[in-house]
Every structure is written in C-alpha cells, then in structure tokens.
Unconditional design. Structure first.
Length: 504
C-alpha cells in the first residue's frame, strides 16, 4: 500500500512539474514576443542550439533588457575609449531592468527548453572543383597579411583595392600590376567616380566600433586641388550612395553607418556651398548597403537599404518630396541571420527589380553552422512586395551577384562565403551556380578555393570582351578549427584573384 501511495505521489509531482514547466515555456514565449518583439523579429528557439542560447545569446539579450548576469559582459560588449561613451549616452543598455527576474527566467526557459541539443549538421554539398567558364588569374602584387575591404572594376580597365592593414587604396592595372597606392586610413570600403573627383568611403576602423572616426574623402582629379573630407565623423560607414533626393539639381548623399550598437542610415542634403546637412532615416545600427532608385514610378529617387545587427531586414524609404521619406519594411529577418549583402536585379525579366540577398555573418561568437545561411532570391510582384523563390544553402554566405556569365540566356549566380565549413567543405568559399535554364543549378568552384578568404567581390566586363568577369578580395582572419589556412593566406599574400570569363 505504501508503495502505491509513493508511486501516486511521485507521479503527481512529475505531472505537476511538467505542467508548470509547460506553463513557464508558454509564458516565456509570450514575454519574448512582448519584450524582444519591440526591437526586432522575435527569434524562434530552433534558430540556435541550447549551448549557444545559454552561453552567448541569452546573457547578451539580457543586457538589452537591463539585466546584467555577469559584470564582465559589459566589458565584452563595450569597447574602451570614445565609442564606449557614445554607447552609454545613447541609453541602448538600460540601467534598470525592464522586467522582473522571474519574467526573465521564463524567457530563458522558453528558449533553452525548445532549442535543439546540437548545432545544425550541414550535409556535404556536391561542388565540383575546376571552373569551365573562368580562368583564375593570380596577381604578382602581394599584401601580407591581405586585409582587403573593397574591390571594384573600373570603366578604364583599372581595379580599385582597399586594404585595411596598409590603410591604402590601391590602383591595379588590367594586367594586375600595381599602378598607384594612396594612404587613406583604415578601411576604404566604397568608391564612386565623378568627372572631377573620386568620392571614397572610409570606415575609420575595420574592427566593430561606435567611434565616429569614419568619413567620405574627395580625391580630386583636377590639378591644384588637395584631397578633403566631404563628410566627417561617421560611425564606421560601410557604403554610400549619391543622388538628387530633394529635386534641387544638386547631388545629395546617403550613408550607411554600421557602427556596432549606435549606427544609423542617413541622407545628407547638399547645401550648395560645399556643406551637407544630416537627416536620419533610421536610427539603428547595422546599415550595410543602400541604393537610390525610383522604385514606385513617381519620378523621385527612393532609397532601399539592408540592415544587419539586430533588427535585420530590407527597408524602402519612399521619397514623398520636400526632403520627406516614408519607411516601409520590404523584408525582415531574425537577428541571428547575419545579413551580409543584397542587390537589386530583375531576376525573372518582368521589368521589376527583384532582390538577391545573402545571410551568413557569423562573427558575433564562435561560428556555428546554420541551415538558414545562404543565397536567397525574392521576386517582386510589381508593387514592391517580395516573395522568396529561390534558396541555396551556403554556410557563411557574404555576397552573391547574378549575371548571365555563360551567355546562354539565363541567370547564373556567383557567391562567396567568409565563414564556410572549413573543416569539411572549404569549397564553399566560392561557388559558381550555373543555371540550366529552368532555375536548376549545378555548382563548381576553383581548383583551390582557399587561395584567399573571400570577403568582397565585384562583377564587370573588365577586359571588354563581351562577358562578365569576377574579382574576389581576401581578408586573412582566424579559422576555427585552426588548420593552417591563416598561415597560408599570410605567407601567400594574395590580396585578390580575377576570374576571367572565357566564354566565346
């Protein structure tokens, strides 16, 4: 009889415990939607494994809610120097908790209980070594360590290479020899050519920072003019666009200040006297790339921009005239996606701009493989509403550029990864996706895809023979697990390769 009573008591305790556990996870889900959803898309627990949630993500999430579980977290998240003061003054990390300790525990329970035990185990892809469409050209010019932040084919058959380590903008000839190198401080990331000047966007710091050490530099093409800063004190800008946004026939500027915690997307009104007035469009970090284009046919230049770093997504800023813009979310992504690149491109030939997008930034903590990293194509319905039509899984994808590379009438894709699965499939570093005409793709790569660690790319007919060539820029960086690749990149000093298209 005692055994029966004991069994009933134990069973009752287990049932009550399970019910309480279930209630806590459900309450935690509701609390996550309330508190996390106020800043970004609420991430699903299955986006990361239990260890990643418990060790990395949840403690950091807590700081944004005013809950500091470990004093050392502040030092991990905040840099030393002026950038630290900027973040503290912003109030992005609340000084007092926004919810109770009990509520926070319920959020943590929801994520840890529902997350998978192990990280995503990526299946091996079939990527053929050897490119039938391209010859791989390796320059004699070397940089050790290669720290390339920018590559661009130019109309005059030269190539721009920005390098963070040497803090330079290098001009390379069409036979891949160094013509000129200009000191421009750390991190030249974008350049726009104009008749009388080159406007160069410089991060100021390659490493994540909130310090306002970035700028846009004018490099004059006319005699007796010295370089000067067009816009100064930017927070780690990574891209700029140029257009007349207010209809006064003067060129305005859009800046993407990625920063770390306090960046922003802004447009700068040209005052006509060499000065610009800043107008903030989105006061959040992670602005990566912005294009200016009339997206709704009203003869006004709109802005479409990609954000990573927290509230990830692609946002359209419709130009309503008189310097006013209306924000509309085109696509939104969870904060773990690691948005890295996008480009407008009419993929299906219907006359409307579609979006090709990559998710793959994996540098916030020890890299783990993610099944949602890769190349996405979103088709425009003609009213700037976008629906996913294509996905290619690519660990650590960093850029993807569509073009008819083999001149057979359909669209192929060239893609790079900065965080490939180096332990099992380094072939992911560069992948050429060849379209069979029905949007089914075969994949191939270079014979040695680890000649560099590819972080940037550009596409153009640089040798003017009628087909699209590719340039890849390398930035040497630690690899986990260590496998000798960093030494290979540093000792080899290959800053870029050109994939010369040999289609005839």
């Amino acid at each position: 009889m005692k055994r029966i009573i004991t069994f009933i008591l134990i069973t009752t305790i287990i049932i009550l415990s399970c019910n309480t556990h279930s209630e806590n996870t459900e309450e935690g889900k509701v609390l996550a939607q309330t508190y996390c959803g106020s800043c970004h898309i609420v991430p699903a627990p299955d986006l990361l494994d239990k260890h990643s949630w418990k060790t990395y993500m949840l403690p950091r999430m807590g700081v944004f809610l005013g809950i500091v579980e470990h004093d050392s977290l502040i030092d991990v998240l905040l840099e030393d120097g002026p950038g630290r003061d900027i973040v503290k003054q912003s109030g992005i990390f609340p000084e007092k908790p926004m919810l109770s300790a009990e509520e926070w525990e319920k959020i943590k329970t929801y994520y840890i209980v529902n997350a998978p035990e192990q990280p995503y185990a990526a299946p091996t892809k079939s990527i053929t070594k050897g490119l039938k469409t391209f010859d791989v050209l390796i320059p004699e010019y070397k940089l050790s360590p290669p720290s390339v932040t920018f590559v661009k084919f130019n109309p005059d058959n030269t190539i721009y290479i920005g390098d963070a380590n040497t803090q330079s903008l290098n001009v390379i000839s069409n036979d891949l020899k160094l013509i000129q190198a200009a000191k421009v401080k750390e991190g030249a990331v974008w350049a726009e050519e104009f008749p009388q000047e080159l406007l160069l966007t410089v991060m100021g710091s390659f490493s994540p920072t909130d310090m306002n050490s970035g700028f846009i530099l004018s490099l004059p093409k006319v005699a007796n003019r010295q370089p000067f800063k067009v816009i100064d004190s930017l927070q780690r800008p990574v891209h700029s666009s140029y257009a007349d946004l207010d209809g006064d026939n003067q060129m305005d500027i859009v800046t993407c200040e990625f920063a770390k915690w306090t960046g922003k997307l802004s447009w700068w009104r040209n005052n006509g006297n060499g000065s610009f007035t800043k107008n903030i469009l989105r006061n959040k970090p992670g602005a990566l790339k912005a294009y200016t284009k009339d997206l709704n046919g009203d003869d006004k230049q709109d802005i479409i921009a990609l954000f990573g770093q927290g509230d990830e997504g692609i946002y359209i800023y419709y130009n309503e005239g008189n310097g006013k813009f209306r924000e509309e979310a085109a696509l939104r992504f969870p904060p773990s996606y690691g948005s890295s690149f996008f480009r407008l491109f009419d993929f299906n030939g219907d006359g409307h701009d579609d979006i090709i997008y990559t998710a793959g930034d994996n540098a916030d903590f020890k890299p783990i493989l993610k099944n949602y990293h890769g190349v996405y194509v979103y088709i425009n319905d003609g009213k700037n509403k976008f629906k996913q039509e294509f996905f290619y899984h690519l660990n650590g994808a960093y850029a993807a550029i569509p073009a008819d590379y083999d001149k057979d009438g359909d669209i192929d894709i060239a893609a790079i990864s900065f965080f490939p699965d180096y332990s099992k499939q380094p072939e992911e570093s560069f992948v050429y996706l060849e379209n069979d005409g029905k949007n089914k793709f075969t994949t191939s790569t270079m014979q040695d895809p680890t000649l560099g660690r590819w972080i940037v790319m550009d596409v153009a007919d640089y040798d003017k023979d009628g087909d699209e060539d590719i340039i890849l820029g390398s930035l040497a960086f630690e690899v986990i697990p260590a496998n000798g690749l960093v030494d290979k990149w540093v000792n080899g000093g290959i800053p870029f390769v050109v994939l010369k298209n040999k289609t005839e």
